[in-house]
Design a protein around this ligand. Sequence first.
Ligand SMILES: [Zn+2]
Length: 394
Amino acid sequence: MHGYRADRAFDGERPLPGGALVLVDGATIRGVQPAAAPAPEGCTVTDLPGATLLPGLVDTHVHLCADGGPHALDQLPDLAAERLEGIVTRALAGQLRAGVTTVRDLGDRDWVVADRPRRAAGAPTVVASGPPLTAPRGHCWAMGGEVSGVPGLRRAVRERAERGADVVKVMVSGGLLTPGTDVTACQFSPEEVRAVVDEAHRAGLPVTAHAHALPAVEAALAAGADGIEHCSCLTGAGARVPGDLPARLAAAGTAVCPTLGRLPGIEPPAHVLARMAASGTSYEDHLVTAAALHRGGVALLAGTDAGVGPTKPHGGVALAVGELVATCGVPAAEALAGATGRAADAVGLGSRTGRLRAGRDADLLAVDGDPLTDPACLQRPRLVVLRGREVLRG
Ligand SMILES: [Zn+2]
């Protein structure tokens, strides 16, 4: 048995007064005691003075097939299998270096990610959707999930269940990164979205819906989707959050991920900026929307859309936590929970990781400083433990 001791700790939901001594046996947390507690006999201890211990981070929205370049998604149809494998491997390494021990992949090119082991040694645990369901030539069609009509959508959902997907991702509106799609309009009818959710729930799978357009957000909520990605609430005349929408989302328990987090000092590629301008939206507007959702009572997740462009590195979930706090007014503990405990719940692994609790995977992160007063310190991992193995020691 080995222990990790720090004077400050966050357990995935709240700070632990008195810090923590986290006891690890093999790949599993055996117990969590106050830092001042004596270690059990024979237990070696790593002391982390000045650090905060917390669970390994969870990014609820990544694209492991996307390399973070200016054409990360556009190039997908042309990539040979070998190149794709290399991109996925580097993406996972980038996540782990940043203290991210679990990722949910919500946009696979064909089944490249989903067909890999989900708990490979030395790589973050992966939750996989396979290719997102999208309309013919719809958002992210190049990932291989084009489909239309209720019978076709039901078949496609069943195919995902049979191939071992953990979650169904459906593109209910267009997206900024796919030319020719409309971010302010739905790609599927409300009836089609209902069929996707119904068929997935029959198969025991949750559904998360990509929704920039306000009608797409409403269709996903009405259909009972478990999660909504982006939730930009775009109309033809800018973003608009209806007054009662946050309360309806909160009452339904819908997991909302505004996909914040971007590298400072870098502009998105010109072709992306042009599409944002054409659809009357901006990143600043999106932050305002996310803040309104938070004020209305929605508990936001810190997933990032990692990999889709130069502002979206793999391993950027700490940046999203920082934006939730600094620009959306989310209390730091709530933002941290959106990258740990609540994020693990949202990806279906709440009983396995995301909290400093006996019986959970020993996925740990230690950072220098106190993320509750200085979220930026999350960007400086000092120690990362993945299922009991130290993978980074700063
Ligand atoms: Zn995405």
